[in-house]
Design a protein around this ligand. Structure first.
Ligand SMILES: O=C(O)CCC(=O)C(=O)O
Ligand SMILES: [Fe+2]
Length: 339
């Protein structure tokens, strides 16, 4: 990764702003948006950092915190609160409640609240060490004000639509707006959609792992509220429990305003707003995967999808998440394992 420790015209960030992990990482390739290598990589479902595109140019200079506060509108926005710097996503529908007996007993470490943008911005500005950290994550919808609609319409839609068409993606499902405090971390997880991740303000470090790293990253069971998230805490890996994590291999980059990172579906990603780098603003473009043809040998993400379906089916027939593990163990241990 090109750090800006030295030899940079303008020192934008340095490696002391990156959190430290014991991981084997290579750089993510970066190419100008007109370089044919971009589409070669996307075709192969490989990540690529796309530079020089005009995708969110209409927002680049304009979308300051003040502008967004003034123009996002008065409705409530989804904000996560966390006691530490980690914002590990959880699916409330998978939590055990009176009306959901199939759910898992679980106490989330972060909270989801509805907040007016002005309250969020006030907390962001006045935040002091020791207070809960905050992270706004909300799909852009029709309640945003007219100026934001205008900026949005001026995004380079021909650019993203040509990617969608060329690579046979499905429909655009959402554009999530992320407004983060410096130092916030979205821990390692994968999504089931294609993602063009467009940086608008500040710097984010993105660490990605291929779907073939499944067994090194130990995802929570599918029925768990932390479905699609790694169980490994990158800062204090429990190697006794997750021994294969020592062998995980990934790629990384730091994105800056104007950069667009292609995060292929089922690729794991860990995202951190650089420490002491100020707040960050990102908009993603999430596209459905599109139709898949079953060609053999299967691709690694297709195997992950098969595993997800097996887990879902077992819960469906067993009706109790506690029974899924024992059944899988008695099916596999000693029969499909060496021991
Ligand atoms: O920017 C972040 O913190 C997380 C982004 C992410 O996970 C996504 O766009 O899928
Ligand atoms: Fe994600």
């Amino acid at each position: 990764m090109t750090s800006c420790d030295k030899d940079c015209d303008k020192k934008r960030w340095d490696s002391s702003q990156l959190r430290k992990y014991d991981l084997g990482l290579e750089p993510i390739p970066r190419y100008h948006y007109q370089d044919p290598k971009v589409d070669e990589l996307i075709k192969k479902n490989q990540p690529v950092l796309i530079t020089g595109s005009k995708l969110v140019e209409s927002a680049l200079q304009k979308w300051s915190l003040e502008y967004l506060e003034k123009n996002l509108g008065k409705s409530g926005y989804t904000v996560y609160l966390s006691r530490n710097h980690k914002f590990k996503y959880f699916d409330e529908k998978k939590m055990l409640t009176k009306t959901n007996q199939k759910g898992v007993e679980f106490t989330p470490i972060s909270k989801r609240v509805d907040m007016k943008v002005s309250d969020f911005m006030k907390r962001l500005k006045e935040w002091k060490r020791g207070e809960e950290r905050i992270y706004l994550q909300q799909p852009l919808n029709s309640t945003v004000g007219p100026s934001i609609v205008e900026d949005y319409m001026k995004f380079d839609w021909p650019f993203v639509t040509s990617k969608k068409t060329k690579h046979n993606w499905g429909e655009l499902t959402s554009n999530v707006l992320f407004i983060s405090m410096e130092g916030n971390v979205t821990p390692c997880h994968y999504d089931e959609q294609q993602n063009l991740f467009a940086q608008i303000h500040g710097y984010k470090r993105c660490i990605l792992f291929s779907p073939d790293q499944f067994e090194y990253l130990y995802p929570h069971p599918v029925y768990h509220p932390h479905d699609r998230q790694s169980m490994v805490d990158f800062e204090r890996p429990d190697y006794a429990r997750f021994p294969k994590f020592r062998n995980v291999r990934g790629v990384e980059t730091v994105i800056e305003p104007g950069d667009v990172l292609y995060i292929p579906k089922y690729w794991w990603h860990h995202v951190e707003s650089l420490m002491r780098g100020g707040p960050t603003i990102t908009v993603n473009f999430w596209y459905k995967g599109g139709p898949t043809t079953l060609e053999y040998p299967l691709m690694d993400h297709q195997k992950v999808s098969i595993m997800r379906n097996v887990e879902k089916m077992l819960l469906e027939v067993l009706q109790d998440p506690k029974e899924v593990g024992p059944l899988l163990r008695s099916m596999v241990i000693g029969r499909y394992t060496e021991q």
